[in-house]
Write a protein that binds this ligand. Sequence first.
Ligand code: AMP
Length: 178
Amino acid sequence: MTNTMTKSIDLKKYIRDIPDFPKKGIIFKDISPLLGNRQAFRETIDLLAEQFKNERIESIIAIEARGFIFGSALAYKLGVGFVPIRKKGKLPYKTKSITYQLEYGTDTLEMHSDAVSPKARVLIVDDVLATGGTVRAVADLLKQHGAVIVGVASLIELTFLKGKDKLKDVPLYSLIQY
Ligand code: AMP
C-alpha cells in the first residue's frame, strides 16, 4: 500500500484544536473546517481512495458518527458498499455486538448481522484514532465474523496515545499525525 499521490494542500490547516472539550484536559480535534472547505474535503477523500483503490475492498466499515462522513464519501469514490457501526440500540435489524473497555466503564458497538459476509475484504474508517480502543473493538467484531480486514483508514492519528500498538495485526493509514 504505497501512496503515489502527494498532498497539494496542508490539511492540518483545516483542523481546529478545541481545548477542554468535551471535558477538561482533552484537546478535541475539530474537523469541521476541513469538511467545510471543498478542496480540503475532496483531497482527503481522494488521498484515502488512492491508498486503497487496488485492494479489492468489498465494504467500508465506518464508525459512528464522524466516521460516517469520510466512510460514505470514500465508499462512493471506491464504488464499494457501506456498513455503519453504531452505538447500542440504534440499528433496527438483528445485530452482532461487541463490548469494550473505556477509561471509565464500558461501551457497546453493533453492526447488522448480515452486513458483512464471511471472508469479505473490508476497510475500517474513522476520523480520529486516539487510544485505538474503538477501532480495536470493531476489528475484533469483524474478525469474529470472518471478515478480512484490509486496513484501517483514519484522517487523524494521535500518535502520542500509541493506538497503533493495539492494531499490530492490521495496517493503519492516517493522513495527519500529531
Ligand atoms: P479511541 O477509541 O480512543 O481511539 O477514540 C476514538 C474515537 O473518539 C474516535 O471515534 C474519535 O472520533 C473520538 N476522539 C477521541 N479523541 C479525540 C480527539 N482528541 N479529538 C476528536 N475526536 C476524538
